[in-house]
Write a protein that binds this ligand. Structure first.
Ligand SMILES: C[S@@+](CC[C@H](N)C(=O)[O-])C[C@H]1O[C@@H](n2cnc3c(N)ncnc32)[C@H](O)[C@@H]1O
Length: 380
């Protein structure tokens, strides 16, 4: 049973849990696509609404709140393009006037009993400290009539919550971060659950790895593509053009079993070195120097008939040399993909395959005359 009561433009939500995902702005389409893939991976269903770069999932399932929070934390930690996960406490509709919305927000906060507010924010005033952080979804509120700064909003709301809860403000290292998300026509008040480690991909840049070769995939894109392939822990990931192991590393980190091949022996040795340096060698099923044309008999020799997903970055003739028709090889890979499995690959032209269903193509602009296309195919 769900009950939504609309009163004075304030929506009270009962039995529907709302989760907010703050998506990165570094690409137009990949972050939302990755979020949809991760929601599928973790079987988290509900209605997803996108407000600029804020995805709101209204979850109506029977999952306990603590389990839901664990899932959200895992989604954010595993993602490439999802910056934060929130649990939304309440929302205010403001019919496109920020000032009106802020008035409604402050008066609503003032109406709360202290205990009720502490409960909603999951706060213990004797232990917890807090900070308010405003996220404006776009800059249109900076016009003359609506020129209230994020800092001013943080101060006003912070003061109300401090007085109501008696909890201390800690701007540097709060135990609770309360997010005020301001979008075109509504304001969400949410509790920050998890933040993606923004340093992770930086620290793992390919040239810092044990083995490096130009032309390798960047870890953030590699992680995003592995996620788009809907891989779960213990499932088999195949990269038939594995190079230095960019996809296998990210797959290994999320607990997949790995098969990689490459026509160049140095790459196979390099991939092994990289996986070892990340202590992922226990994830390897096999790595082998072969022509990807022969991947089907190769898998058979391992006693494997199909893999859960294929994620790859075939040679494109600029910094890698193509041996055999890449399109023919990729076309044939469908036969070793399990039903409902995904093949995700990057290339410098759009490639249309016969045996698999094209779900999405994302364009990555490199420079004026070079665009990379991320293809998502599914075996249906
Ligand atoms: C773009 S690179 C892959 C980069 C890789 N994703 C990484 O992170 O390092 C393409 C790779 O395909 C390999 N290759 C080229 N032709 C091949 C073939 N016919 N069979 C298998 N591998 C091939 C090249 O040796 C090269 O390592």
């Amino acid at each position: 049973m769900h009950l939504i009561v609309y009163l004075n433009n304030i929506t009270y939500i009962r039995d529907i849990m709302k989760i907010g995902f703050l998506l990165g702005k570094d690409h137009k389409t990949l972050p939302l696509s990755e979020l949809i893939a991760l929601l599928e991976i973790y079987s988290l269903n509900g209605e997803l609404t996108l407000l600029d770069n804020y995805g709101v999932l209204s979850h109506e399932g029977s999952i306990e709140k603590s389990e839901l929070i664990d899932i959200v934390n895992n989604i954010v930690r595993r993602s490439a393009y999802i910056n934060e996960g929130h649990i939304i406490i309440f929302q205010i509709e403001h019919s496109e006037s920020l000032n009106k919305g802020l008035k409604l927000l402050t008066s609503r906060l003032l109406q709360f009993e202290s205990k009720e507010l502490l409960n909603l924010l999951n706060m213990d005033s004797s232990r917890d400290t807090f900070a308010i952080r405003v996220i404006k979804m776009n800059k249109r509120y900076s016009n003359e009539n609506e020129n209230i700064s994020s800092m001013a909003i943080e101060r006003i709301i912070g003061e109300i919550i401090r007085k109501k809860t008696n909890a201390k403000v800690n701007l540097k290292n709060p135990s609770k971060t309360i997010k005020i998300i301001i979008s075109r026509d509504r304001i969400y008040v949410a509790l920050l659950l998890e933040k993606r480690d923004k340093e992770y991909f930086n620290k793992n840049r390919p040239h810092l790895r044990a083995y490096f070769h130009p032309g390798c995939i960047l870890p953030k894109l590699a992680r995003g593509m592995v996620n788009l392939a809907r891989l779960k822990e213990n499932q088999i990931l195949l990269d038939p053009f594995c190079g230095t192991g960019g996809f296998l590393i990210e797959g290994g980190f999320i607990g997949c079993k790995l098969i990689g091949c490459d026509i160049d022996e140095n790459m196979i040795n390099g991939t092994l070195l990289n996986l070892k340096s990340y202590k992922l060698e226990n994830k390897i099923i096999d790595l082998k120097k072969i022509n990807a044309q022969d991947v089907i008999p190769y898998l058979k020799s391992l006693g494997i008939n199909e893999v859960d997903a294929i994620v790859t970055d075939p040679p494109y003739g600029i910094s890698t040399s193509a041996k055999g028709s890449v399109e023919d090889i990729i076309n044939n890979l469908g036969s070793i993909l399990k039903n409902n499995g995904y093949m995700v690959f990057a290339s410098f032209k759009k490639i249309y395959l016969e045996n698999l269903k094209l779900k999405e193509i994302h364009e990555l602009y490199i420079h004026k005359s070079l665009t990379r296309y991320i293809h998502i195919y599914k075996k249906e």
